[in-house]
Design a protein around this ligand. Sequence first.
Ligand code: C5P
Length: 226
Amino acid sequence: QDIIAIVPAAGIGSRMKADKPKQYLMLGNQPIIAHTLDCLLTHPKIQKVIVALHLKDDYFSQLKQAKHPKLLQVNGGDERADSVLAGLKLISGNQWALVHDAARPCLTHQDIDALIASQIQHPQGAILAMPVRDTMKRSDKHGNILATVERELLWHALTPQLFRADELKNNIEQAIAQGVVITDEASAMEWAGVTPGLINGRADNIKVTHPDDLALAALFLSHSID
Ligand code: C5P
């Protein structure tokens, strides 16, 4: 069964307050996105890796991964969902799309394997996720607590997320057309009435978002057991 990875990497990462998009910041010996791509390109069950880049990307072509035979490039879009759609348009319908943020460089083969293994139990697709550990609060717009939210059924949605390419493409297109905000692949599937599976992922698969996250990602990479 064909599995094609799609890596949305067209964001500008404004929360990072850096001089270049966050996926190109150095993490150890190479940029963030290079670690992400190495993990996906070396996975034996992933046939191709499609990376969605910003129209004015000046950095990608300098990476050694850019010339990898498994790698394809496509122009991303204004929102993350547009970038994922651009990648999906290169895939034929009956393949599986494994979508993973460029900004999550600590991904391991162990996590990818767990997600792929879940296809038997979750034929409609699944995502990596982590149960919420802290007590959760809902606030008003001024930072005052309105309520404590029951924690038992809450999860952090991570990536990769794995769905049939044709279904994911149709659902993202239709959800966008209806004005629904799509922040991950599962939300487009949920909107279409599908109930994707939640697969326990590793806690070190963080998304580099704020400057502090870089040090944490470097620590996780240096301790990686995979
Ligand atoms: O900004 P955020 O951290 O949510 O972005 C998640 C991933 O989506 C990043 O890898 C980013 O490069 C990508 N993205 C994209 N196209 C956009 C916005 C974000 O590919 N228009």
